[in-house]
Write a protein that binds this ligand. Structure first.
Ligand code: 5GP
Length: 212
């Protein structure tokens, strides 16, 4: 029987580049799967229902909460986002390693309820780097930059509860920063696959054959 898959929760402050890192990893390693979340936000141009997200109404989202269908859910920027229990269980039962790319609140819920899940926190390299990205957008006031940096400080304070921390370097300093971060994430997944618990059947078989 195939081993059950492993669950990886990837989170970190907005702007740290977690979704780009996950996308880069998935392109290179189709053996890893990404769980498709439900959201009440409207689709952006190019997003496909059932692929990017399951786009649902507020009423449907509430119904799913009432049915206890979510593994975790959270309010993020005026919208609600949630991971379906059914999607996680199916993926893991089929033996797939599954990534949840979710916000910090949702990630902490998963890490609390599932000690076998692996938490990966994606961090910006410095305050200066984050500030530069926010200023480059050109849409933020000094006040909103200050508020955002404070929010990031609270999120970074939760990083100690994760298992691994990936520092996503500034591409101006490290041109292949994205590939490095994606390779680091895959290294974490590989290490968990190689744990001896996943090798018991193999070791039993090898030992038995050597004793013949
Ligand atoms: P966006 O609207 O830009 O796609 O995502 C906004 C934020 O919601 C991101 O931080 C993303 O990681 C988070 N998010 C996406 N899906 C989920 C989910 O199922 N649960 C939680 N808690 N956060 C999610």
């Amino acid at each position: 029987m195939a081993n059950r898959g492993k669950l990886f929760v990837v989170s970190g402050p907005a702007g740290a580049g977690k979704s780009e890192i996950v996308k880069t990893l998935l392109k290179k390693h189709p053996d890893v799967q990404l769980s498709v979340s439900c959201t009440t936000r409207a689709p952006r141009p190019g997003e496909v229902d059932g692929v990017s997200y399951h786009f649902v109404t507020e009423e449907r989202f509430q119904q799913l909460i009432d049915e206890n269908a979510f593994y975790e859910w959270a309010h993020v920027h005026q919208n609600r986002y949630g991971t379906l229990k059914s999607a996680v269980e199916k993926g893991l039962d089929e033996g797939h390693d599954l990534i949840l790319e979710i916000d910090v609140q949702g990630c902490l819920q998963v890490l609390e309820q599932n000690p076998d899940a692996t938490g990966v926190f994606v961090c910006p390299p410095s305050r200066e780097n984050l500030e530069k990205r926010l200023r480059n957008r050109g849409t933020e006031t000094e006040e909103s930059i200050r508020v955002r940096l404070n929010n990031v400080a609270s999120e970074v304070a939760t990083a100690y509860r994760y298992d691994y921390v990936i520092i996503h370097q500034d591409w101006a300093d490290v041109p292949n920063a994205l590939e490095i971060a994606a390779d680091e994430l895959y290294a974490i997944i590989t290490a968990r696959r190689l744990e001896k618990e996943n090798r018991i059947d193999f070791l039993d078989g090898l030992s038995a054959s050597l004793r013949k």
